[in-house]
Design a protein around this ligand. Structure first.
Ligand SMILES: [Mg+2]
Length: 130
């Protein structure tokens, strides 16, 4: 079973071990993964890769943080689903991102939680679009 088959997911995460974990988990679920090591690089990659179906972003990153990335994505392609993956208390994260993102994953990342949240975010957006 490949719950994320045919999805291209862009990761924005500044901590390399976490990026590697996210990639391994998402690829094991069938996704194609593109990774940026901060929000600014992720935004450049988003512009280069129109095939991106969903963005999974950290909040605390250098150069461009999660809130900055979310704002930039909203200006570019409002319909792209966004999942926040953060060590922040989710109530704090929600304060800045409520209504703007499609899922929240608490760090440390639990693989099943990540895949379920990404799947649900993609399904919610496609249901809203149809
Ligand atoms: Mg970080």
């Amino acid at each position: 079973m490949q719950p994320l088959a045919d999805m291209t997911i862009l990761i924005a995460e500044d901590e390399r071990p976490v990026r590697m974990l996210l990639r391994v988990v998402l690829e094991a679920a069938g996704a194609r993964v593109i990774e940026g090591d901060d929000g600014a690089q992720a935004l450049r990659l988003f512009d280069l890769h129109p095939e991106v179906d969903l963005v999974c972003t950290d909040m605390n990153m250098p150069n461009l943080d999660g809130l900055g990335l979310i704002g930039a994505l909203e200006l570019r392609r409002r319909s792209v689903p966004i999942v926040v993956c953060s060590a922040l208390d989710l109530t704090d994260a929600e304060a800045g991102v409520a209504g703007r993102v499609d899922g929240l994953v608490q760090k440390p990342v639990h693989p099943g939680d990540l895949v379920r949240t990404v799947r649900a975010a993609a399904e919610r957006r496609s249901a809203a679009a149809s």
